[in-house]
Design a protein around this ligand. Structure first.
Ligand code: G6P
Ligand code: FE2
Length: 183
């Protein structure tokens, strides 16, 4: 059995998987390359804990995890996840925020973008064929839980090549959505 620290964003139990993404892992994710280069490469941007109680190729299985995005910026742009489509495009996902404030960026396959505000208690259904990225627009860690299909997989390449339709930047202290000029 797994034990969740719901508000702390932690999973305890056997077989919990963990990864963390630092500034050095996120080249070409942020628009301002000069600002990225000037930062300490060891700065933590986000970490993920998840459980895979079933095999990755098990059609019909579910995975469960939590992501903690630290507060911070690269230039004008807020810390955020890499973002992805699912490798199996039709697979959906749930996100629910428990701490902090942020923005869920969504984009369909014709690059049409939309977004949802994330606050403690907000529930977000991400349909299939929709890329998703989370941006921490607050001063505290943004913590959200997720449940997704075990055979969904992650396609990072499409976002790496083509970028998201929009970015979230700090404009006089407040978050502002701007159309992307480059991947
Ligand atoms: O994988 P990223 O786009 O960097 O997002 C970070 C993580 O966010 C959520 O927790 C998803 O459920 C994970 O599958 C994903 O790995
Ligand atoms: Fe996903």
């Amino acid at each position: 059995m797994m034990e969740l620290d719901w508000l702390g964003g932690k999973i305890a139990g056997e077989g919990v998987l963990r990864l963390s993404k630092k500034i050095r892992d996120l080249e070409d994710v942020f628009e301002d390359h000069a600002a990225w280069t000037s930062m300490d490469p060891e700065t933590l941007v986000y970490s993920v804990e998840w459980t895979q109680p079933t095999a990755q190729d098990n059609e019909g299985g579910l995975f469960w995890g939590v992501t903690v995005i630290e507060p911070g910026r690269v230039g004008e742009e807020f810390f955020m996840t890499r973002g992805h489509f699912h490798a199996k495009r039709d697979r959906g996902e749930y996100y629910t925020a428990v701490q902090g404030t942020g923005m869920l960026l969504l984009m369909d396959e014709s690059r049409s973008g939309r977004w949802e505000q994330m606050t403690p208690g907000s529930l977000h259904y991400i349909p299939g064929h929709t890329a998703h990225r989370v941006v921490n627009t607050g001063q505290d860690p943004l913590i959200f839980w997720a449940c997704w299909a075990s055979d969904a997989g992650h396609d990072y390449g499409t976002i790496q090549r083509e970028g998201f339709s929009h970015r979230v930047i700090a404009s006089e202290g407040s978050p502002r959505l701007v159309p992307s000029t480059q991947p």
